[in-house]
Design a protein around this ligand. Structure first.
Ligand SMILES: CC(=O)N[C@H]1[C@@H](OP(=O)(O)OP(=O)(O)OC[C@H]2O[C@@H](n3ccc(=O)[nH]c3=O)[C@H](O)[C@@H]2O)O[C@H](CO)[C@@H](O)[C@@H]1O
Ligand SMILES: C=C(OP(=O)(O)O)C(=O)O
Length: 430
């Protein structure tokens, strides 16, 4: 079984090039199925979720080749819209295949979405979209089936702001007959990226980036070329790492505007931040102030950044509070951090962090990609060795976690031991 071992690393310094956004790429790769010709996507990251999509794609006849930094997708040979339930359930964004395949095939059979487990991740708003556009949905034990003889535009009022269902609705509506209007739509950069991509292929989507999106159905989409936006969540975590032990980190190939609320918080806690056109540098002074984080949908502080921020706040003297309004129970990293000596209490859906205490290494388990990054960062500040299991969760979202953190001075390595040996070491730690 693989695990990552980290050591106290002192100030982290250096430059990191940020790959394309996972959360955009997962949508764009599925959306490419809507085209009637070859699509080239630039900047798709080499991560496990993408490998899984490529595998699903190949099962249904999608021809996918990787050449340098580009993925070339030929959707003209898709012959099936029945997706292996096991594969679909191993990541979250498989539901985009429904939006992308239904108009062409009239029926999609697919496993229920998996992905990181934060207690509750409903998909009722996706179902609302499918039904509003004229589809019938049947849910079975481990898969569901969506069927529609014809898709017709509709007005959809989301009950809650969801980036996933907003992107799925855009995909489903581009080839539907007539006009679709999405009200209370998500305004995330990944929503805008997906709309830009589809428009590039000939779709008519207006208003992405506002809470009302209008889609005028078109009969078909062409092929085309698109560069995926940079991963703001990976960039945010690296910038936080600059504050851990008072270092200086530059992230390159980013869109600073996408990180507005994160950068404001970093300045609030005592980092100095400088933005260039496509780069951001964070300078840690070694002195951090406690703060209050309320994670929310874009442009609020991202839920995917509250875990690495927690690692940083453990270094800030005083009491910080983290509340996640998107996933109120997304605190699986907290009991793990306690194993390293952190004092964090969960009360009424908030984490109360007593910062400024020394951490000591130990065995911890990552249950999702961001929790894994949080522990890795905590490991750089802890005395002794920290060993992180659940590496597969980190690899869902990071293409070279060891190399990229090493390049800024992080002391970490990938190791392997048999599962029984690991469990006896964890047991010894208590
Ligand atoms: C693959 C992907 O892009 N994952 C991201 C995406 O997840 P995901 O697409 O699942 O998140 P959404 O933006 O859809 O969810 C936002 C909120 O809406 C709720 N909701 C969502 C769908 C639904 O049908 N019903 C419903 O109630 C969710 O429980 C959550 O409270 O956005 C999350 C919020 O920024 C990020 O943490 C994930 O990294
Ligand atoms: C929660 C995440 O991913 P997913 O939605 O794919 O589980 C994430 O990227 O932090």
């Amino acid at each position: 079984m693989k695990y990552i071992q980290t050591e106290y690393s002192g100030p982290l310094n250096g430059t990191v090039h940020i790959p394309g956004a996972k959360n955009s790429s997962l949508a764009l790769l599925a959306a490419a199925c809507l085209a009637d010709n070859i699509v080239t996507l630039e900047g798709i990251p080499h991560i496990d979720d993408v490998r899984l999509i490529a595998d699903i794609g190949r099962d249904i006849g999608l021809k996918l080749t990787q050449a340098g930094g580009q993925v070339i997708i030929d959707p003209r040979w898709i012959h099936s819209s029945v997706i292996d339930p096991g594969k679909a359930s191993s990541y979250r964004a498989s539901y985009y295949f429904v939006g992308a395949l239904l108009s062409k095939f009239g029926r999609v059979t697919i496993g229920l979405p998996g992905g990181d487990d934060f207690v509750s991740r409903p998909m009722d708003q996706h179902i609302k979209v499918f039904q509003a556009l004229g589809a019938q949905v049947r849910i079975f034990k481990d898969y569901y089936e969506v069927e529609a003889a014809e898709l017709r535009g509709a007005d959809i009022y989301f009950d809650t702001i969801t980036s996933g269902a907003t992107m799925n609705a855009m995909m489903m509506a581009v080839l539907a007959k007539g006009r679709t209007q999405l009200h209370n739509a998500a305004v995330d950069p990944e929503v805008c990226d997906t709309a830009r991509f589809l428009n590039q292929l000939g779709a008519r989507i207006y208003g992405a980036g506002t809470d009302r999106i209008r889609i005028e159905g078109v009969p078909y989409l062409n092929g085309g070329f698109h560069t995926v936006i940079p991963d703001r969540l990976i960039a945010g975590a690296f910038l936080m790492a600059a504050g851990l032990n008072g270092g200086q980190i530059t992230v390159k190939d980013v869109i600073p505007e996408h990180l507005g609320s994160c950068l404001a918080k970093l300045e609030e806690v005592g980092l100095h931040v400088e933005c260039g056109e496509n780069s951001i540098t964070a300078y840690g002074s070694g002195l951090l102030k406690a703060t209050r984080i309320r994670a929310g949908m874009y442009p609020s502080f991202a839920t995917d950044l509250q875990q690495p921020m927690t690692a940083l706040l453990l270094q800030a003297q005083g009491k910080s509070i983290v509340t996640d309004r998107v996933y109120p129970k997304r605190f699986a990293h907290v009991p793990q951090l306690r194993r390293l000596g952190a004092e964090i209490e969960i009360r009424q859906e908030s984490a109360f962090i007593r910062g400024g205490l020394p951490l000591r290494g130990g065995w911890v388990h990552a249950t999702d990609v961001r929790a894994g990054i949080c522990m890795l960062m905590a490991g750089f500040t802890a005395e002794g060795s920290t060993c992180i299991t659940g590496v597969e969760h980190i690899e869902r979202g990071y293409e070279d976690v060891i190399g990229s953190f090493r390049s800024i001075g992080g002391k970490l390595s990938m190791r392997e031991l048999d599962a029984q040996e690991i469990s006896s070491r964890i047991h010894m730690q208590g």
